[in-house]
Design a protein around this ligand. Structure first.
Ligand code: G3I
Length: 410
């Protein structure tokens, strides 16, 4: 069926088969990248190299993979992927530093008993070591990942948020009873000092459109930007495409995304779409209407990115469907990426969604319309972090309680 469908699309769009996503992305001045689980499979590597001009480690660069002991670092897994990208002139993302998941056993186990000060020192040692190792190789780093709770009830670490992740030992960085989450400022400050030539990113999900979580995230990045600590925002874009619904938590509503991108860009931030995937129900097998909707979804998302000059990166969270985290995390769902699990001539076969992205890359802007934008002004206080790993003051800092002012759009 696909073989009948695809050539027709290509003829309509006037797209040459030789135009890979990489070549089209380069001509549009953006990076199309993928999360790599490794670089040891010829078909996988060839597809990555042919189609993408950006790369990020799916897991190999996380705390649990890299910091194998309180004073021990293991870089081989991440090095292989980073060096693959550097050798091919790719835009390399670093993912990630402070996250509540995938921590090393020595840190999450019972023998490590953190105090607030010792955990600040640990965070600084970790950031300094890893950033020094990758100096000159990474273009942008996710410094803090997913700091706002999934249900938008507040900040995640140390807040009593009803998810096992609150047990992360990074929670020791917070002074939650005093609403103090200044670890975010500090993580960025340490990173800025460790390598002033790399772009620093705050990365999160379910904050792509407008809504409560999106506002919290906006407050975080607005405060960081005021202090000169952040360069961009990473919007993960883990989306669901269903027969009737288009998303959850206000995240996947195209017109809202246009508005959100505008207010983020107005702060002077870069926008990176960092972990794009669009899962669909696979059991029962998707029908042609659902596949067409998914194709349209990918096309729309790329169109929104291209219409916003601040949006510079479109990274999918994996290369092909068999490598994706989705089936393991959402039983009965999958097929979320651009390539399937079959291959021909040494590369994975392109799916309908691939052609949706390709079509957007060759089209003129499709989501560039003006919106009735409301900007939420930010009134953060000034610096509170200590570059030597200690608190400067005990002033509370909780981005969720920042006063919001609505400014009428011009
Ligand atoms: O490496 C071990 C392996 O030794 C063991 O045999 C196997 C048994 O389950 O587990 C392997 O570790 C798994 C790891 O992926 C590597 O495959 C972990 O169990 C599994 O939990 C882990 O999942 C990753 C997940 O983050 C962890 O939360 C996914 O691959 C990865 O795609 C996902 O990525 C995150 C981003 O970093 C942040 N945003 C959300 C995104 C999706 O959850």
């Amino acid at each position: 069926m696909r073989f009948l469908f695809v050539p027709a699309l290509l003829i309509c769009a006037g797209i040459s088969h030789a135009q890979t996503l990489k070549s089209l992305a380069q001509s549009r001045g953006i990076y199309v990248g993928a999360a790599a689980s490794g670089v040891t499979n010829a078909t996988y590597d060839t597809t990555l190299n042919r189609e993408f001009n950006g790369i990020v480690c799916e897991n190999a660069m996380k705390f649990g993979s890299i910091m194998t002991g309180e004073n021990a670092f293991s870089y081989s897994g991440a090095d292989a992927i980073v060096n693959f990208g550097v050798a091919r002139g790719m835009y390399v993302r670093g993912h990630n530093f402070i996250w509540h998941k995938q921590m090393p056993g020595w840190f999450s186990g019972t023998t490590y008993v953190p105090s607030r000060d010792s955990t600040f020192r640990m965070m600084k040692k970790y950031i300094n070591n890893v950033m020094a190792h990758y100096r000159g190789k990474i273009n942008e780093w996710d410094i803090v990942n997913e700091a706002v709770a999934r249900d938008s009830s507040g900040m995640r670490l140390g807040s009593g948020y009803s998810d096992a992740s609150q047990n992360s030992k990074w929670a020791a960085l917070t002074d939650a009873p005093n609403h103090n989450f200044d670890y975010i400022d500090s993580a960025f400050a340490y990173a800025r000092r460790a390598d002033s030539n790399v772009l620093l990113i705050y990365n999160d999900y379910d904050c792509e459109g407008m809504g409560k979580k999106s506002n919290y995230v906006y407050n975080i990045v607005a405060g960081l930007k005021n202090k000169g600590l952040v360069d961009g925002i990473g919007l993960q874009c883990h989306f669901y495409v269903g027969p009737s619904t288009s998303g959850s938590n206000g995240a996947w509503v195209p017109a809202e995304m246009v508005s959100n991108f505008q207010r983020l860009a107005a702060l002077g931030l870069r926008i990176s779409l960092t972990e794009v995937d669009m899962r669909i129900q696979t059991n029962p097998a998707p029908d042609s209407a659902l596949l067409a909707k998914q194709r349209e979804g990918y096309k729309t998302l790329m169109g929104i990115c291209l219409a916003q000059p601040a949006c510079k990166a479109f990274f999918t969270w994996g290369v092909n469907d068999s490598q994706s985290w989705i089936p393991g995390a959402f039983s009965g769902y999958g097929q979320a990426l651009l390539f399937d699990n079959t291959s021909a001539n040494g590369v994975y076969n392109r799916k309908a969604v691939y052609y949706g992205v390709q079509e957007a890359l060759t089209a003129t802007s499709i989501w560039g319309h003006k919106t009735n934008l409301k900007i939420i002004a930010d009134d953060h206080q000034s610096h509170r972090f200590d570059l030597r790993g200690r608190l400067v003051t005990a002033l509370p800092y909780n981005p969720i309680f920042v006063t919001k002012k609505t400014v009428n759009p011009k």
